[in-house]
Design a binder for this molecule. Structure first.
Ligand SMILES: [Zn+2]
Length: 272
């Protein structure tokens, strides 16, 4: 079965991973800009990283028939440095216009500090001015519920937000309900140690239904599995879910969400 991986950090994966994903039926990936495992010291480092996501990685995946999309933004962890974050926000528009960019992301909160919230509000404002889709990272573990609530409060206070064009990622059992009730897309992350397992993700799909749910590996430079979406497919099959429902989760839902971006081309129309 074909699938789309809507959240993976290809820049930190090997070409072997890309080839394995292509062999398993992956047609397209989307790569949000995030923290690369170390704090960058100047805006030039971000500029080169955004070039990597819009120039180099699309070529690397195209060698295996995979279409590459990117999200461009200022991640929450480095947003604590407010002056650097503002320099980065100033260069975002030139990259948001590039042909593989779906919107602003992943933005959000890490430790939910005042500086993080300040920068997040400025990123949302930029998104509203430009009519961009938004992808939110929600914090880890003990900060998740609180951080998710702050993000939902910011979005509720902004009348220009169209909830169906917003994706709140890394939802878990205690945050998915609020996200879905707000009309947003809810992301479930399949990680070997934190976030959700394939079986917990299937539980949530069974409880809330398949609409507006995106399941991803969010694979990066840490413990993670770029093939995790195939483990979800297997877990759904094992429980007797029909192929049509599996296809909706791993292919049609990402297609529906990403198609709202002016830069997305549906796979049938992809040329290489
Ligand atoms: Zn990520």
């Amino acid at each position: 079965m074909h699938f789309i991986e809507p959240h993976i950090h290809i820049a930190s994966r090997t070409t072997d991973d890309i080839e394995r994903m292509a062999r398993a039926g992956c047609l397209a990936v989307a790569e949000p800009a995030f923290w690369m495992g170390y704090d960058r010291t100047c805006v030039g480092s971000f500029r080169d990283y955004f070039r990597q996501l819009t120039e180099w990685e699309p070529k690397r995946t195209a060698n295996y028939g995979l279409r590459h999309y990117a999200w461009i933004g200022m991640n929450s962890k480095e947003a604590e440095n407010i002056s650097l974050a503002r320099e980065v926000i100033a260069i975002l528009p030139e990259f948001l216009d590039r042909p593989n960019v779906l919107g602003i992301g992943e933005i959000g909160l890490n430790k939910c500090t005042k500086n993080e919230v300040t920068i997040l509000a400025e990123l949302i404002e930029l998104g509203m001015q430009r009519g961009e889709q938004l992808l939110f990272h929600t914090p880890h573990l003990e900060h998740k519920l609180w951080g998710t609530q702050i993000i939902l409060d910011l979005l509720r206070a902004e009348p220009r937000v169209t909830p169906s064009r917003v994706w709140i990622d890394h939802c878990e059992e205690h945050t998915i309900r609020q996200v879905r009730e707000g009309g947003y897309w809810a992301g479930l992350t399949l990680y070997p140690t934190t976030k959700a397992t394939p079986d917990r993700a299937v539980d949530m799909i069974e409880v809330y239904g398949p609409e507006r749910i995106l399941v991803t590996s969010s694979a990066d430079w840490g413990p993670s599995d770029p093939m995790a979406v195939t483990a979800l497919m297997q877990a759904m099959r094992r429980r007797g879910h029909p192929e049509s429902l599996i296809r909706q989760i791993v292919y049609e839902n990402p297609l529906q969400f990403m198609s709202q971006s002016r830069h997305f081309t549906p796979p049938e129309m992809m040329s290489s």
